[in-house]
Structure formats: C-alpha cells, structure tokens
Design a protein around this ligand. Structure first.
Ligand SMILES: CC(C)(COP(=O)(O)OP(=O)(O)OC[C@H]1O[C@@H](n2cnc3c(N)ncnc32)[C@H](O)[C@@H]1OP(=O)(O)O)[C@@H](O)C(=O)NCCC(=O)NCCS
Length: 168
C-alpha cells in the first residue's frame, strides 16, 4: 500500500517538475525601455532589449521564436500588424570603429541608427535588419534576407543585400 502511494506521489511530482521545466524553457525576455501594444504576441525564446535606446511595438504584431530585437542607442519602432519570422535579428546597434588606436569596445555605439518597420510588414525567418533602415508599409522580406537599405512600400525584397524582386 505504502509503495503504491509513494509511486503515485513520485509520478505527480515528476509531472509537475517537467511542466515547470517546460515553462522555464519557453520563456522570453523583455528587458529595458520596451513598450508593446495590445494584441501583440511574443513567441518563445524571444529577447527584446531597448538597451540605451528604446523599442516601440504596435498592436497585433507577432514576433516569432528565437528573434532578437535591440535598441542600441537609438529607437526601433515597429508599427501595427507586423509579422516577424523566427530567428530574426533587428538591432539598432552599430559599433564605432574609426579609431584604430582604441579597442572597438571602447568606442561606443553610433547614435541616430533608428530602425522603422511600418504597418503590415512581413519579415521572413532568419532575416537581419541593419541599423538605420526603414521598411515601408505592406512590404515582404524573404527568408534569410539582410536588409541594408530602405525598402519601399508594398514590394517583395529578398537576399543579401535585400533587393526588390517585385511589387505585391
Ligand atoms: C519572399 C517570399 C514570400 C516570396 O514568395 P513568392 O512571391 O512566392 O516568390 P517566388 O517563390 O516566386 O520567388 C521569386 C524569386 O525570388 C527568389 N526567392 C524567393 N524567396 C527568396 C529568399 N528568401 N531569398 C532569396 N531568393 C528568394 C526565388 O528563388 C525566385 O527566383 P527566380 O525568379 O530566380 O526563380 C518567400 O520566398 C519567402 O521567403 N517566404 C518566407 C517564409 C518564412 O520565412 N516563413 C516563416 C516565417 S513566418
């Protein structure tokens, strides 16, 4: 009888612990200077840090797992209804490296490297959006793209560097 009771308690504990581990593993982190509007969904393992700048995310966006959003010294602003694919990096941080006599880490980050992503943009998985870029309303960025320059509205752009391949 006691053995059966011990078995039941052990199995309950095991279930609870695996549940806790699962919850912990799936956590995302939202750190400093971040504002997120209602209806926006953040996937597991996403990291969002406004750093010394700030990050503003609009309504009804989705930011999928393993993405990293960083404000650097600037402002990252994301409009409404934006889709961000898994593994995407959007960082306003550019290291200053002009002075060869100083370590790069001693030179700080560039200012005025704002990134703007307007409403209804879809960014495919594993893309990188570089500092200073604006992606205009309704555009689509293909998976694995590196966006180095502004993208006009309602176009599809792909590749590294991302180039417009067509209008939507
Ligand atoms: C960008 C995308 C939406 C375009 O789809 P589409 O309009 O059906 O375009 P096509 O498949 O007709 O491709 C058009 C051309 O672009 C190329 N292309 C498409 N996507 C590309 C990409 N991500 N990178 C590089 N080239 C790409 C195609 O090879 C094709 O080239 P070709 O004309 O020389 O043959 C799609 O390819 C894509 O990347 N989707 C992202 C999917 C994703 O990341 N999902 C998970 C996150 S939610």
């Amino acid at each position: 009888m006691i053995n059966i009771l011990i078995k039941i308690i052990k199995s309950k504990l095991k279930k609870n612990f695996s549940f806790l581990r699962y919850k912990k593993k799936l956590s995302s982190k939202i750190i400093r200077n971040v504002k997120i509007d209602e209806g926006t969904r953040i996937g597991p393992y996403v990291l969002i840090d406004g750093e010394a700048g700030s990050i503003l995310i609009g309504k009804n966006c989705s930011i999928n797992s393993f993405s990293w959003l960083g404000g650097g010294n600037s402002i990252l602003s994301i409009g409404n209804d934006v889709r961000i694919g898994t593994g995407t990096v959007i960082s306003c941080a550019n290291h200053i490296f002009k002075d060869k006599n100083l370590l790069i880490r001693q030179q700080g980050l560039e200012k005025n490297s704002d990134i703007t992503i307007e409403d209804d943009v879809w960014i495919g998985a594993n893309s990188t959006i570089l500092p200073g870029v604006k992606i205009q309303k309704g555009s689509v960025i293909g998976a694995g793209s590196v966006v180095t320059k502004d993208i006009e509205s309602y176009v599809v752009a792909v590749g590294n560097p991302a180039k417009k391949i067509k209008e939507r």
